[in-house]
Design a protein around this ligand. Sequence first.
Ligand code: NOJ
Length: 562
Amino acid sequence: MSDLKWWQKTNVYQIYPKSFLDTTGSGTGDLNGITAKLDYLKTLGTGAVWLTPVYPSPMVDNGYDIADFTDIDPAYGSMADMERLVAEARRRDIRIVMDLVYNHTSDKHPWFVDSASSRDSEHSDWYIWRDARPDGTPPTNWRSIFGGSAWTWCEKRQQYYLHTFAKAQPDLNWENPAVRRVLYEAANFWLDKGVGGFRIDAIVYIKKPAQFVDGEPDSDDGMVNIHSMIANTPGILDLLHEFKAAVFAGHDIFTVAEANGVAPADLPSWVGPEGVFDMLFEFSHMNLEFPTGELWSQATGYTPDIIPRLQEVLFASQQATAEQGWYPVFFENHDQMRCVRHFFPDEADRALTAKVMAVLLLTLRGTPFIYEGQELGLDNVAWDSIAAYNDISSHGQYELARAEGRSQAEALAIVNRYSRDNARTPMQWTTGKNAGFSTGLPWLPVHDDFAAACVESETAAADSVLNFYRRLVALRYDSSVAEILQQGSFAPLLTGDDSIIAFKRSLGNRHVYTLLNFSGRQQTYSLPELQGAELLLGNMAGGSLGRLRPWEAVIYTQKWVK
Ligand code: NOJ
């Protein structure tokens, strides 16, 4: 029937293990909690679960600072728990996808500890070391992505080391073949355990430029975001092809790489048969509020013009992946605010808008990625003190905003909107204590909306966001239009409209139409080919052709369009 691969015909569900389900009372989630919820995940059309890192880690960046690439952090369980998770998932036709964080390690990784101990150590050349400038200052004016200099001084070596992210995350030296070899071995270790694929972290930073030079400052601190200095350095693809040959090639898995800043024109060298990965997470649709880079203080906040721009970049990605590669559709992850806040004004109806995003997610062409809690329509949190935030980047960005002269209240408002903790609060299972997440003290506070927005109450409420997701899943994978939604081509519609996002999926002479009103006002449109179409699903009762009520989402089907 179709030549799509298994991962092109399923949803991927992303889990932030620390926040998913705690089975021990420790206050942090664990692998057994994930195993316990596999049947729940199945109701969401899940064929793969992407786990953010579960390796041993000091948790400075919640697991993205790894101290051992081939073990499990005891806080999450044991290797036996992991093997059981992989096996139980397989029994349900779900594959486990691991996160490979290969740009950096933890500063507590034995390799770094050794590297930092002396210039003559065995691992001396495994990280990126440079001498100070004559006045003792760092070699360049690069700002790390989490704020502050990207260089940290090491007393023992009398040198600086480079870190694209936190100082506890030193960058590995990918020019060293010994480094590459152990990284490939670690990935193969997980393939031998039966994992179904990899999400590859921050991969655009692995190749560093031959010369390290200062950049034009982009803020009052005199520094420049390291991203603009090192991302996608020429030569990176040679390293990645070696990685592919040593690890991914020949396996029935999928790879999705976090690749901020790869232009659509460059896609063919990154994805598809001639490229390296199966899919790329690129962020053109997620960074619309960041016209000047990644500084939260310079973001615009929500403005209605975000919608035509969202349409433009999404459609460009759909078209770029029409022939080459495959698109991972996502509107949330563990680094982003909740999508009901992201793409709608504050006064918008949360349940209706969560359903608008659900329709977009599940009717575009590509593999839909659902982030934990998105299926409940969860909203951002807004804590009243910076001290309440755990996320390391929230603290860095708060400091930067303060250094730019903003008041505490202004800096906090910025953090409230963009903090990664918005997506990291514990998963909401029941109306009981701690939303059923833990019997202990949760590592991060549970959102106070949990009684209304949890799996228990949303399962019971017929028109909940969760049940709407399940109807969409049935439409996409088990209905008369399932083939169209999975395999059909994509064509944009109503592109001149500033409030509506609309498109058509087609297979032969069968079509599915998605029409979404991203505004709080009624919108009218003219689409003659919809005459006589059948309404398949909508986020409101009733509805009529040619008109969309505020925040209305509809899916139609039609045959025989000339
Ligand atoms: C991207 C990850 O998604 C994020 O959570 C992490 O902080 C950085 N990479 C550093 O690994």
